[in-house]
Design a protein around this ligand. Structure first.
Ligand code: GLN
Length: 194
């Protein structure tokens, strides 16, 4: 599997390490042409407004929508989750509008800007270590979306067919099982296209 990490802003190198540890070939993606050779794409954490602006500037919005429509796998982490969402609380416009969910940005407030915890994830045997940094929450999901992890009754990871999203940073620990889960998704998606 060849997986790209959108490298406009945010934590790119750490995702590349996680994908490689999961047996994929991983590359940083800066231009839309580079999407053609990929089986999947990670949209990393960072700042969603900035990532959204740069995506518009470099024509990534339509290109990634097409990539998704072809059934290729997408994984948004933290700001990347916000970028995937159809709806963002308190904002008129969203970005890619691919995942049927409403997200709340900076949902943990100032008192708890960042923290680490262990989370159960459906499809992964033992709890995974998760790092939350000014994290969003998924406040509501549509019918086609499977909730795969919650923290204190709030949704922090979900999947919709070829799309995966989590509130936290799975790339900031050396526990890369969510990357392995995503590489498996990309593999299944590729088998479905063949
Ligand atoms: N708070 C950021 C945003 O709203 C996301 C934070 C992150 O990616 N660590 O875009």
């Amino acid at each position: 599997m060849k997986i790209g990490v959108l490298a406009l802003q945010g934590a790119v190198a750490e995702h590349i390490r996680g994908l490689e540890a999961s047996g994929a070939e991983a590359v940083a993606v800066k231009r839309v042409e580079e999407l053609d050779s990929l089986d999947g794409l990670v949209i990393p954490g960072g700042e969603s407004t900035t990532i959204g602006k740069l995506m518009r500037k470099y024509d990534f919005i339509d290109a990634i929508r097409k990539f998704s429509a072809e059934g290729k796998a997408l994984f948004g982490t933290c700001a990347g989750l916000i970028v995937l969402a159809e709806r963002i609380e308190g904002q008129e416009d969203a970005h890619l509008e691919l995942m049927d969910m409403t997200v709340q940005r900076n949902a943990f407030g100032r008192q708890r800007e960042s923290f680490e915890t262990d989370l159960d994830v459906a499809g992964i045997d033992e709890p995974i270590r998760a790092v939350f940094i000014r994290a969003p929450l998924i406040k509501e999901v549509g019918e086609g979306v499977e909730v795969i992890s919650t923290y204190k009754d709030e949704i922090v990871a979900a999947r919709q067919n070829n799309l995966l999203a989590c509130s936290f940073h799975p790339e900031l620990t050396d526990d890369y099982r969510l990357h392995a889960y995503f590489v498996d998704m990309a593999r299944e998606a590729a088998a479905g296209r063949a």
